[in-house]
Write a protein that binds this ligand. Structure first.
Ligand SMILES: [Fe+2]
Length: 282
């Protein structure tokens, strides 16, 4: 799309090289996506709209392994081209493999922001993946999406976290996000040791564990507020109205309601109903 202003730059995080890409109609992009290269291992595949400079840059590095955190188009956008061009072995969760095998539909805002991924056959990630100089532990962390997987370089304390973190105070969920799974995944990842969080939207060096704990606290508190109102017999609409921070309006408008605060409430309510049912042994 020629009307889009394209934005691409690289940044060195110690031994890890980051690639940041995004597009805008004017001014800086409202959101960008990172992917990371560590020696011969690439984590996530960048966005289609910035394919040209990204692939050009990779020609000097020729990654032998590509680890995909989840199927979303801002993480898998150039996977098929990278595999074809460099003979890269591509790994991901079995659900990621299933989703990427065929072309999947994306919404208008996703076309505009990132562009579409090409179909690709990928291999199921084993628990430990060995690169030339580094080993990565694949840890399934569903919630943001069912296939979401993070990759931990344990000897360095580096967590390549895809969209597990994104931000401490989440303002909206996509329609397919699951609050219960997100809380469980955040709790699970806190059992591992890491300092640096190579997040695809907000890399956070040194305080990775702390920010994950903050996000967990935020989601647990949010769930508590929804459950309290639910237990008092307040309707879904009533809960949304009472808790609405009204800061999701731009994203709600751009995504035509696919990403909004109301989805967070609906997901919390599903969990509340499930918990009530299990309290009652239903
Ligand atoms: Fe995502």
């Amino acid at each position: 799309m020629k009307i889009l202003k394209k934005y691409f730059y690289t940044k060195q995080f110690g031994d890890v090289l980051g690639f940041n890409a995004g597009v805008s109609l004017s001014g800086p992009p409202p959101i960008t996506a990172w992917c990371f290269l560590l020696d011969d291992v690439l984590i996530d595949a960048g966005i289609r709209h910035l394919r040209e400079p990204f692939i050009h840059y990779l020609e000097d590095h020729r990654p032998s392994l590509l680890l995909i955190t989840h199927f979303h188009e801002d993480h898998s956008g150039n996977a098929a081209v990278i595999k074809d061009k460099f003979g890269t072995q591509v790994y991901g969760h079995p659900e990621t493999a299933r989703k990427l095998k065929h072309s999947f539909k994306i919404r208008a805002y996703q076309h505009l922001a990132w562009g579409k991924s090409d179909p690709i056959e990928i291999q199921h990630a084993p628990t430990l993946i060995h690169g030339k100089n580094h080993t990565f532990r694949a840890i399934h962390t569903p919630g943001h999406s069912r296939d979401h997987t993070v990759y931990l370089e344990e000897s360095k304390g580096w967590l390549f976290s895809g969209d597990l973190f994104v931000g401490k105070k989440i303002k909206f969920f996509r329609s397919d996000e699951c609050l219960g799974d997100q809380i469980q995944s955040l709790k699970n990842i806190l059992n591992y040791d890491f300092d640096d969080l190579f997040c695809a939207h907000r890399p956070t060096m040194g305080t990775g564990k702390e920010v994950i704990r903050n996000k967990l606290d935020f989601l647990v508190n949010f769930y508590g507020s929804v459950k309290d109102l639910h237990d008092k017999g307040i309707s879904t609409k009533g809960i949304i109205r009472r808790l609405d921070p009204a800061n999701d309006r731009f994203i709600k408008w751009v995504t035509l309601n696919n990403a909004c605060f109301a989805n967070m409430v609906r997901s919390a309510l599903k969990l509340a109903v499930k918990e009530t049912a299990s309290d009652l042994n239903i």
